[in-house]
Design a protein around this ligand. Structure first.
Ligand SMILES: [Zn+2]
Length: 240
């Protein structure tokens, strides 16, 4: 009699009990998993079972702050030096990703999730380009530094950042294409840990902690955006 499956079931049972592991959740645990359906969904779609959704409005606000910072610094020589350095990293990382993907095509075995992470980077290089990638990367980094409580863990921060870039780069996996219409469903497709970590390592190699270094300057731009918004909404109130 084959008992191997039985052992596995019993060990998850011993480790996680009958209930979902997310705090405050009393739903029944999904068979073989730590979490109930709802929290397992959040793990795959938000990077952590307890991660709240971060609105597009919040991300766009941070993006605007980065765009302002870029346009203010167009003629600043030290900004130019920073961009040159990032550009060199970008070119060598692109070369690395292409070489890895080519050696897979040449028959070298590779992990499919790692490969998927490389393809996400490939699409970022080719479909998104440096400036848009920089804006999104710094926007998320800014949100993270500005309010670390937005993210329940470092993993969920990386997850949100990579997923945001993946969606912008339209990096569709064939399994995410609707079979009937051919339209991608990428916005609702999961991002797996190895995909995320592979893409994160490459982007980290390009940008490092640049968003963090720019934090104070970004905060000033954000402040300007916020007070502009207040001025406009006050003006509207007076018209009404
Ligand atoms: Zn749960």
């Amino acid at each position: 009699m084959d008992m191997s499956g039985y052992g596995l079931v019993r060990s998850t049972q011993a480790a996680y009990g009958n209930c979902c592991s997310a705090s405050g959740c009393s739903n029944k645990r999904k068979s073989g998993h730590r979490y109930c359906d709802q929290h397992k969904y959040k793990l795959l779609y938000r990077g952590d079972a307890e991660q709240q959704k971060i609105s597009l409005k919040t991300v766009n606000f941070a993006r605007k702050a980065v765009e302002m910072l870029i346009s203010d610094n167009r003629n600043n020589p030290s900004w130019g030096e920073l961009m040159d350095c990032i550009y060199r990293n970008w070119v060598s990382s692109e070369r690395y990703v292409n070489a890895e993907l080519n050696s897979h095509l040449g028959g070298k075995p590779s992990d499919r999730r790692v490969r998927r992470g490389l393809i996400i980077c490939y699409d970022i290089f080719n479909n998104l380009g440096l400036e848009k990638t920089f804006i999104t990367y710094c926007a998320w980094q800014y949100l993270h530094d500005w309010n670390p409580r937005l993210f329940v863990t470092d993993e969920s921060f990386r997850f949100q950042l990579i997923k945001s870039l993946r969606n912008q780069a339209k990096s569709y996996h064939t399994q995410d294409l609707d079979k009937k219409t051919g339209v991608p469903r990428t916005y609702s497709s999961p991002l797996y840990m190895k995909e995320r970590e592979t893409a994160w390592m490459i982007l980290m190699g390009i940008f490092g902690t640049v968003g963090m270094q720019l934090h104070k300057q970004l905060e000033r731009r954000a402040e300007k955006l916020r007070s502009n918004k207040d001025r406009i909404s006050n003006a509207i109130k007076q018209i009404e």
